[in-house]
Design a protein around this ligand. Structure first.
Ligand code: SF4
Length: 248
């Protein structure tokens, strides 16, 4: 569903889920971080489409074998680092190989926070929704666990919670029978922090993930996208993704 079709429930939800400014950290050398403010909105105002949060992943900086982002995501959002097919995976490392050159690339893949999300289109209850600032979420109170959204997602980005959850992060309520996926750490973004994966990658000395406001031409992420060739996964689907990749 797009903005023009937003119903009153969506608007109420957006009022409730507020976002403000966020810090975007960029590694300019190992251990050296350059921080710039991604201007959002005052904390007492609803989310607006003046901001579109996004991530840029530099595949040249992402290290094969490093899974700091995956671990940080699990710790932050209250799930383990399991490898069973039924374990929740909000972010996963993918190894790509160019069959002609033999060159390999290692990169993280998570919810791509589409501007036109297929999960939102197919959700029969309105549980899958997109905030005005581009973050795609699931409302657990409305999700009936039908998993249509999992089938619709071209990126295999959503997981189903099969088990009762204990030891939850109170900021990230999770529940059996619901579908979940990367929230861009919306609870952190709304507190002017970066997503956990971005912070962990910088701490690991790679700085392969930049987070920021795609709508602000002065943000680091927007400048990098303007300066360098970047790509969207399955660009042929024309979903206008919030996550971009550099280095191909
Ligand atoms: S599983 Fe939940 S979020 Fe996904 S389509 Fe069904 S109701 Fe919507």
């Amino acid at each position: 569903m797009n903005e023009k079709n937003a119903n009153p429930i969506d608007q109420d939800r957006r009022q409730f889920l507020t976002a403000s400014a966020a810090m975007a950290g960029v590694a300019i050398a190992p251990g050296v971080l350059l921080y710039n403010i991604a201007h959002g909105k005052p904390a007492d105002q609803p989310v607006s489409n003046a901001v579109r949060w996004g991530m840029l992943i530099d595949t040249n900086q992402c290290r094969e074998g490093c899974d700091a982002c995956v671990k940080a995501c699990g710790e932050e959002n209250g799930f383990g680092h399991g490898t069973r097919e039924t374990d929740s995976q909000w972010i996963r490392k993918v190894e790509l190989k160019d069959m002609r050159s033999g060159q390999t690339k290692s990169l993280p893949v998570m919810c791509q926070h589409c501007a036109e999300p297929p999960c939102v289109d197919v959700c029969p209850t309105g549980a899958s929704f997109k905030r005005a600032d581009g973050i795609v979420l699931v409302d657990r109170h409305i999700c009936i666990g039908c998993r249509y959204c999992m089938m619709a997602c071209p990126y295999k980005a959503r997981s189903f919670v099969h088990e009762r959850i204990t030891d939850q992060n109170p900021d990230v309520p999770r529940g059996i029978g619901c579908v979940e996926s990367c929230t861009m750490c919306v609870h952190r973004v709304d507190r002017d922090q970066q997503p956990a994966c971005v912070e962990a990658c910088a701490k690991a000395g790679h700085g392969a993930i930049i987070f920021g406001n795609l709508n602000d031409p002065n943000s680091e992420i927007a400048k990098r996208i303007a300066q360098y060739a970047t790509m969207e996964l399955r660009a042929d689907l024309k979903l206008n993704l919030g996550v971009r990749y550099q280095g191909f």
